[in-house]
Design a protein around this ligand. Sequence first.
Ligand SMILES: CC(C)(COP(=O)(O)OP(=O)(O)OC[C@H]1O[C@@H](n2cnc3c(N)ncnc32)[C@H](O)[C@@H]1OP(=O)(O)O)[C@@H](O)C(=O)NCCC(=O)NCCS
Length: 243
Amino acid sequence: MHGALRVRCFAPREDELLSQLEWVGVTDVTSRDFLQALLTWYEAVVEQHWEPARLRRAFRLATHVESPELVDALRASGYAFSHAEDRMHREAEGPPSGHGWEGLVLDAWSDVGVPLFFEAYHASFRDRPGFPNWAQARWADAFSGYDSFRPDLSFLVRDGDLPVAFLLAAVDPQCWVVQMGVVPSHRRRGLGATLLEEIRQRASGAGCRDLMLSVNVDNPGARRVYERAGYTRVGRTTVYRKG
Ligand SMILES: CC(C)(COP(=O)(O)OP(=O)(O)OC[C@H]1O[C@@H](n2cnc3c(N)ncnc32)[C@H](O)[C@@H]1OP(=O)(O)O)[C@@H](O)C(=O)NCCC(=O)NCCS
């Protein structure tokens, strides 16, 4: 096995320390003994650096490679499957899809600020399995509070005063669709496809060659919308969790 390891620690909830082990550039994971030793090392590193933390610990392993040995080692060390996401890609260049906004209004992140975006997010995502029901500040911090976030590429769609769709984007240097949603009352009218056409044009105008997004494997409806917009799967990240 070759590659690099990264351990990250963060506190997504006030009472929890979450650490994540990621491997970068690893293409095969086949020695169960080695993998178990690695997991033991990872947990020891976290314990050592955060002792005596008052927070409950949770460990995560995010992997883009899968093998029966890895699954065995994780199970033996007390980890359970959490979720899996497919990474999808398309080039930003391309002919216009023909989708347009027809009477709807677009607002920039910088013009309307967080509350209207949060309203659109909440209405779009609350029917998703495992919806975390975060408060506005926490959602805004998680999805816009980092350097690569691009307020100029992120936009809200309104039908009159009602926020009906939104898209958040980041550039690092590929353009990432970080999150997008359409409220239930406005679905299946092509707004999802129009969000993707809008970000394609904005990304292309900002000089980005590649567009990327991640979709949970339990979300085949969204995946279909992405495939129709020209995205293809380029990899999968599976996350296991302990604690
Ligand atoms: C995924 C999501 C953004 C799609 O939004 P949408 O506006 O419904 O997307 P579209 O209308 O472009 O396409 C959805 C379906 O409507 C169909 N459709 C598009 N225009 C239509 C129209 N005028 N009349 C009827 N159906 C139409 C599409 O063909 C597609 O059909 P399919 O389900 O058979 O594939 C939306 O369902 C959503 O916000 N879901 C919850 C949040 C979420 O999962 N976000 C993505 C996270 S990765």
